[in-house]
Design a protein around this ligand. Structure first.
Ligand SMILES: C[S@@+](CC[C@H](N)C(=O)[O-])C[C@H]1O[C@@H](n2cnc3c(N)ncnc32)[C@H](O)[C@@H]1O
Length: 621
């Protein structure tokens, strides 16, 4: 039986280096070689030869770099030694919801989600610190980032270290920000589906660096847009040149034919512009210009209007279509020549035939809200002022969702703040009957509010309140998921396998059970889910077999028993469960607690019994 340990690659998050080697060798099998330890290695010289003159090794080359970039890249590839502990008490509708709220440093959380949410996310929105000099930039620790996190957030030691701002006077002002963003974006990209998209809010402090960073991580060819969001309604009189906008930088995972964007619904104001002065049976319409830039010989004909006036294309322009198409459309009544029949030809666009507006990069506060509106939204929900100082308007995020998501898409925001993204997901689902699911990630950053000691507390409470408000406003929508499962980042549940040879005798008894004493079965269960790459919102059913608790996840895809002193009766019960549940492809994986067997004989027999039932994948923690 294979035993899972804390330092076993299998028990950590996805081994990204191994994944990269697998991808490369799938393309170029000849570069795979063996290391002295028998492990897989890449023959770099062989790869270099395959790439010929395309390898750039000159010192002076086109590149974007900063101090610590190589280390930041390594940081993204180091597996996490943490886990996500379930917290039903702070959750809402734990048993039925498919939404997640994860409290923790997003770097570690993104690592932990790598297997379970690989290529699952349709849209990511993040609103990271802008590096204005006043906000803190999370200080990652390359040696032990989980201990670092627990200490920083005051979960170990005294009150924790204060998260200090990254001032402009710091010699590493941009460097700190880039080092923080690089590994997070790299890991986030893995979670996107091939038709997935990321939106990143930013202002002028780092927009240039962010664009370069994204060019590198997502590929320049995957740049979609740099949206201008008009965040203010009037200039700030305290400044000499007031900033009225921010950017939302948008990249796709892959620039593929399958990538398309949803059109936006027509607004009431636009709808009001449609009229029907000629009683056209197709209904109301607006007219549009029939000229196009440039000279195309077969689009240069003379047009004679019904009233007898003649028109040639204006200088430097041609008509939009060739004459045959134009004449056909005139015959169909699709052209308008003014009320007297002598006006410039204009094409009629019918309300009935439009499927909406093409999104563009100009987002006014009238259409998507402004910063003040966002603050008011939070104040209203909490019925008090100044609960959270930098929220985004719900309408702004709803716009991003409308353009890029489908009705069952998974949406991720790993700088969640007050959880405006979760609010927007629920609001849009309520509007269009969708079933989008959200994953929020937020650091438990301390606040000075006794009611909500951390920003994560603000986020959770906002989702609770916003969900209820939406339900009330909509007057009884039954199918809206306003729940969320809370998980908290912590060190692994498995004791580290670091017994020194010198103190083997004294330390061994301690390790008789490899699971930490202060962790519950539920904690361990979810760690196993993450390691097997299963969705954290999968329903878990509990069975009692020969007096022991056995969990079945995903209709028997994974079966876990963490009780102690188990007998072969329980094992036989699990074998029977396979027949009952009929897991997909008849594959069932079973995990026991290593110290759960009365003795080694029971353990060996258990493996045999399960093998006979066709269950080969049996492990212990
Ligand atoms: C500008 S706010 C996001 C506001 C959010 N869009 C809203 O509308 O409420 C950025 C958030 O990222 C959080 N944050 C910063 N570093 C983080 C990290 N390493 N992991 C998780 N959250 C982090 C901060 O605590 C802050 O609440």
């Amino acid at each position: 039986m294979h035993k899972l340990t804390a330092h076993d690659a299998e028990t950590q998050s996805l081994d990204l280096v191994a994944d990269n080697i697998a991808k490369l060798t799938a393309l170029f099998p000849e570069i795979l070689t063996e290391g002295a330890d028998g492990g897989k290695r890449v023959d770099f010289e062989a790869l270099r030869e395959l790439l010929g003159t395309a390898v750039e090794d000159k010192e002076e080359r086109y590149n974007f770099t900063w101090h610590g970039k190589a280390q930041a890249r390594r940081l993204a590839q180091t597996p996490s030694t943490g886990t996500l502990r379930p917290c039903p008490a702070e959750s809402k509708h734990w048993d039925s919801t498919q939404n997640l709220f994860i409290e923790g440093d997003n770097l570690e959380v993104l690592k932990l989600l790598q297997k379970s949410y690989h290529q699952r996310v349709k849209m990511i929105y993040i609103d990271p610190p802008y590096n204005t000099g006043k906000d803190f930039i999370y200080p990652d620790n390359y040696r032990d980032n989980i201990a670092n996190y627990l200490e920083l957030t005051g979960q170990t030691g005294e009150d924790g270290r204060k998260l200090a701002a990254n001032p402009e006077t710091s010699g590493r002002y941009h460097t700190h920000w880039l080092n923080m963003m690089y590994p997070r974006l790299k890991l986030a990209r893995n979670l996107l589906r091939d038709d997935g998209v990321i939106f990143i809010s930013i202002d002028d402090t780092e927009v240039a660096n962010l664009r370069k960073l994204c060019d590198e991580i997502f590929g320049e060819e995957n740049f979609i847009a740099s949206i201008i969001w008009q965040k203010r309604t009037s200039p700030d009189m305290r400044t000499t040149f007031s900033e009225g906008h921010e950017y939302i930088v948008m990249f796709s995972k892959k620039q593929e034919a399958t990538l398309s964007f949803n059109k936006l619904p027509i607004t009431d104001e636009q709808r009001a512009r449609y009229k029907n002065p000629d009683n056209d049976p197709r209904g109301v319409w607006v007219s549009s210009d029939f000229t196009a830039q440039g000279y195309r010989p077969n689009q240069m004909y003379k047009i004679v209007t019904p009233g007898g006036a003649t028109y040639d294309p204006p200088d430097g322009k041609c008509w939009k279509n060739i004459e045959a198409v134009f004449l056909q459309q005139v015959q169909d009544g699709r052209f308008w020549f003014g009320s007297d029949g002598n006006g410039v030809p204009r094409r009629k666009n019918y309300l009935n035939e439009t499927d909406g507006r093409i999104p563009w990069t100009w987002w006014t506060n009238q259409e998507v809200g402004h910063s003040q509106e966002a603050k008011q939204e939070v104040n209203q929900i909490f019925d008090q002022a100044e609960v959270f100082s930098t929220p985004k308007p719900v309408r702004l995020i709803e716009r991003m969702l409308q353009i890029t998501t489908f009705e069952d898409s998974v949406i991720l925001d790993f700088f969640s703040g007050s959880a405006a993204t979760a609010h927007a997901v629920m609001a849009l689902n309520a509007e269009d009957g969708g079933n989008r699911k959200f994953i929020m990630v937020q650091l438990p950053e301390p606040t000075d509010k006794p009611d909500y000691p951390t920003i994560a507390d603000i986020g959770k409470e906002r989702i609770r309140r916003a969900g209820e408000k939406i339900l009330t406003d909509k007057g009884g929508i039954i199918n809206l998921d306003v729940g969320f499962k809370v998980f908290k980042l912590d060190s692994t549940n498995i004791k580290p396998w670091d017994v020194g040879f010198d103190d083997l005798e004294t330390s061994l008894p301690l390790f008789a059970d490899s699971l930490k004493d202060d962790r519950s079965n539920d904690d361990v269960l979810y760690e196993i889910l993450l390691k097997y790459g299963l969705d954290l919102s999968l329903p878990i059913t509990t069975h009692t077999l020969a007096g022991k608790t056995v969990y079945s996840i995903g209709m028997g895809a994974l079966v876990v028993c963490l009780d102690k002193a188990i007998t072969l009766d329980t094992v036989e019960g699990i074998a029977k469960l396979k027949d009952e549940l009929q897991p997909e492809d008849s594959l069932m994986r079973v995990v026991f607690r290593d110290s759960g067997f009365a003795d080694d004989v029971v353990k060996v027999n258990a493996v045999q019994i399960l093998k006979q039932a066709g269950i080969e994948d049996v492990r212990s923690v």
